[in-house]
Design a protein around this ligand. Structure first.
Ligand SMILES: [Zn+2]
Length: 301
């Protein structure tokens, strides 16, 4: 596997960076399953650097980009009910910002997976709703009436007109990109005046991440960077957003989903998940701050 060095994707320099955690991965195990979202974590990761200026953790070196994007196209969809629960969580964040949008004409969801959040956008009253998603298996898992709203592929700014959308959302995707700053600039560029961006990602400064350390599920081979409230604000402001606000997200998932995040061997975890589902206690929804943060920002030009 050909590996390339990266600089900090926010400040463009490695001068403020030190090693946060040495590489821990087996190239033989980078199979399809490792690249699907929300699977059982395996604690594998590339070498992680911490930029002291931006408060950003970023992977370096990483595999060449073409290898990575083909991996995402082939990724399997493994999480139907979880994506539904996540969408309801993000829907609550959306509800708090609807009145601040210029209108509800059009919304785009980047990395929409099975389009569960597109349903939320439609029911929130948006006229035109679109999603983009690289994984064919995830699109195939979408409800028939939602599937036609999803374009297959990696988000490519050349596909969209500038100044078009009232709202662009992007959940749990920023960590996966080799150039996350470009995505935020593209989102800004494709918003109409007054339009908003809403993104959600992991917070490596969250208590849960600190307690678990290298056993945290966010220390993962699929994450090319990890944000904190500081770095998430920086990436949005660099892109041109104003009135940027970072908030903690309280996730609501069935109990068996939280079991997946526990630092214990996979065999024991599978046993606990199956048993709790069978006894139905695993299906009970539980709300916890799982170490996710949302950021909102507006285009005032
Ligand atoms: Zn930096």
């Amino acid at each position: 596997m050909r590996m390339t060095e990266r600089q900090c994707p926010l400040c463009g320099s490695a001068g403020n960076s030190k090693v946060y955690s040495e590489a821990n991965f087996d190239a033989q195990r980078l199979d399809e399953f490792s690249f699907a979202s929300r699977k059982i974590p395996e604690y594998a990761h590339y070498r992680l650097m911490l930029c002291g200026k931006c408060d950003l953790i970023y992977a370096s070196p990483i595999p060449a980009e073409n290898t990575l994007s083909s991996k995402y196209q082939e990724a399997e969809f493994v999480s139907a009910d979880e994506s539904g629960y996540a969408s309801l969580t993000y829907g609550r964040v959306l509800a708090s910002m609807l009145s601040k949008l210029p209108d509800l004409e059009s919304a785009l969801d980047i990395g929409t997976s099975d389009g569960a959040f597109l349903e939320v956008l439609v029911s929130s009253g948006f006229d035109q709703v679109e999603g983009v998603e690289p994984s064919r298996a995830s699109i195939a898992a979408a409800k028939p009436e939602i599937r036609s709203l999803i374009s297959e592929g990696i988000f490519d700014s050349s596909c969209y007109q500038g100044g078009k959308f009232s709202l662009i959302t992007c959940f749990q995707t920023l960590e996966h990109l080799s150039d996350p700053q470009k995505l935020c600039r593209d989102i800004f560029g494709y918003l109409k005046s007054g339009g908003a961006g809403l993104l959600v990602c992991h917070n490596f400064r969250a208590v849960s991440s600190k307690v678990l350390g290298a056993r945290s599920p966010i220390m993962d081979i699929e994450h090319l960077q990890l944000f904190s409230p500081v770095s998430l604000k920086i990436i949005m402001e660099n892109a041109g957003f104003t009135n940027v606000k970072v908030k903690r997200v309280v996730n609501r998932y069935p109990l068996h989903y939280w079991t997946r995040m526990l630092p214990m061997p996979n065999t024991l975890k599978k046993y606990l998940i199956e048993t709790s589902k069978r006894l139905r206690i695993g299906l009970v929804p539980v709300s916890l701050p799982a170490g996710n943060i949302s950021v909102t920002g507006y285009r005032n030009s």
